[in-house]
Design a protein around this ligand. Sequence first.
Ligand SMILES: NC(=O)c1ccc[n+]([C@@H]2O[C@H](COP(=O)([O-])OP(=O)(O)OC[C@H]3O[C@@H](n4cnc5c(N)ncnc54)[C@H](OP(=O)(O)O)[C@@H]3O)[C@@H](O)[C@H]2O)c1
Length: 236
Amino acid sequence: MDRILITGTGKGLGGAIAAYYLERGHAVYGINRSINRDLEKYTEFYFLKQDLSLFDEMEKTIPPFLEKAGELDLAILNAGILPEIKDMKECSLEEMYRVMDVNLWSNKVLIDLMFANLKTIRQIAAVSSGASVYGNRGWNAYSISKAALNMLIKLYSQEQPGTHFCSIAPGLIDTKMQEYIYSLPGDRRFPSIDRLKNARSSGQMPKPEEAAKTLAQALEKVSGQKSGSFVDVREM
Ligand SMILES: NC(=O)c1ccc[n+]([C@@H]2O[C@H](COP(=O)([O-])OP(=O)(O)OC[C@H]3O[C@@H](n4cnc5c(N)ncnc54)[C@H](OP(=O)(O)O)[C@@H]3O)[C@@H](O)[C@H]2O)c1
């Protein structure tokens, strides 16, 4: 039985990947700001209700939660938010700080707490995005946060040679995040909106359950690659 920590288990990819491992008899340590009732039926699901943008609170709540696990086979840093699609010049710094806090800095805080409180961590995977490299117009703080996340992981991989690190783009997934894109009107400034809408309506966007399986299989394969690499499940 592996011990797996996952953030963002409330819904979407994080909820599905938690269920994927629980169904296979593993213990999952979930952290999310809201409760996912679907996971409560699993006896090996341990849950911490925590907003991952509240760093001072995290310093207090996470160490006792990690103590229950003692060591981890895998940590999947999945929680993330997508801000409004708009041009950089329309983004306030406050909005961008909020995205960076959740998508980037919460992971630095959590990684530091994990190494301070756990004996061993075999593998850490941060859920990144193709947006970390594409730089499509309108993806503002989201792209910046995911590009910085790739670098955060690369830097930690050199400090912690006993743990395998990767940042991983999970491909397109039909979740609440994509529902927001789907609800947007077409906009010539942001051609990626139409591309994503077409992918969703033509069935090229897997449901979270399917994406969770693809991600779990990719995470097994990735340990053969250099620690700290950015990988995309669509290229594996
Ligand atoms: N969907 C895609 O096509 C796609 C593509 C590439 C990458 N990704 C990445 O995949 C990951 C999962 O995305 P998703 O599509 O599953 O998104 P989602 O359906 O919006 O789920 C995001 C999860 O993160 C949690 N979360 C957000 N802010 C949080 C905070 N401050 N503290 C604690 N938990 C927080 C949410 O909690 P609540 O349940 O409380 O809201 C939710 O459980 C993200 O990192 C995203 O960037 C997604």
